[in-house]
Structure formats: structure tokens, C-alpha cells
Design a binder for this molecule. Structure first.
Ligand SMILES: [Zn+2]
Ligand SMILES: [Zn+2]
Length: 115
């Protein structure tokens, strides 16, 4: 008598959101999560590491508040004394942003918009 292979009736689940996958996925992610991860990876690849780190800190602190359709964000400054208006596309009214320097507030906005 041959041992029967143990098969689970549990559907394969997305590694990120744990939702059952309707189609088997090679990397273990559902299409939506894969798109999100890709966007996040792109954000991380196109900005200096310290800005990505700073942006992640802001996100953890809940210092990034979506204002309009996930396009405009209120971002609290490092010391909490100022609130800047930041667009996911890069505009920001902080001192750096006003000099057309890409600031980490914008990186944070981009990360939230991609999430
Ligand atoms: Zn998922
Ligand atoms: Zn800024």
C-alpha cells in the first residue's frame, strides 16, 4: 500500500496580505501586492538611502497625513514644529523643497501614495 500524498485544502495565500490567490503565483504575491512592492522598490532605488530611512521614520511616527486623494500630504517636520504640504510628485513647501531640492518629505509622500 502506497502512502498517499498529504494535500491541504488551504488555498495558497499572498505573502503580504494573506488573501487567497486565485491564480498560483511564482513569487508568492498577489498581483496587487506585487505592484505595490515594485513601486516601493522603485522609490527606494531612486532616492538616497538616508532619505528613504528618514521617510520610513516619518511613516512610522504617523507624521504623514493624506490630504487629498493620496496626492497631497501633510508632513510633520523632524522636530514636530512645522507641518509641510507635500505632493507625492515631489513638490514640498519646506525650506529644501522651496529651493527645488527633493526632500525626504516627498519621499515619504511617495511611499504612502504607493502603499
Ligand atoms: Zn496580497
Ligand atoms: Zn520637504
Amino acid at each position: 500500500m502506497r502512502a498517499t500524498k498529504v494535500t491541504t485544502t488551504e488555498p495558497t495565500r499572498c505573502l503580504r496580505c494573506r488573501r487567497p490567490l486565485r491564480v498560483p503565483s511564482q513569487d508568492g504575491y498577489g498581483p496587487r501586492c506585487r505592484a505595490k512592492l515594485r513601486r516601493a522598490a522603485r522609490t527606494e532605488a531612486t532616492h538616497p538611502q538616508w532619505q528613504v530611512t528618514k521617510a520610513a521614520e516619518l511613516l512610522e511616527l504617523g507624521a504623514v497625513v493624506p490630504l487629498r486623494q493620496n496626492r497631497i500630504f501633510l508632513v510633520v517636520s523632524d522636530d514636530g514644529s512645522e507641518v509641510y504640504r507635500t505632493a507625492a510628485t515631489g513638490q514640498c513647501n519646506c525650506p529644501a523643497g522651496l529651493r527645488s531640492v527633493r526632500c525626504y518629505h516627498a519621499v515619504a509622500a511617495e511611499l504612502v501614495a504607493a502603499a
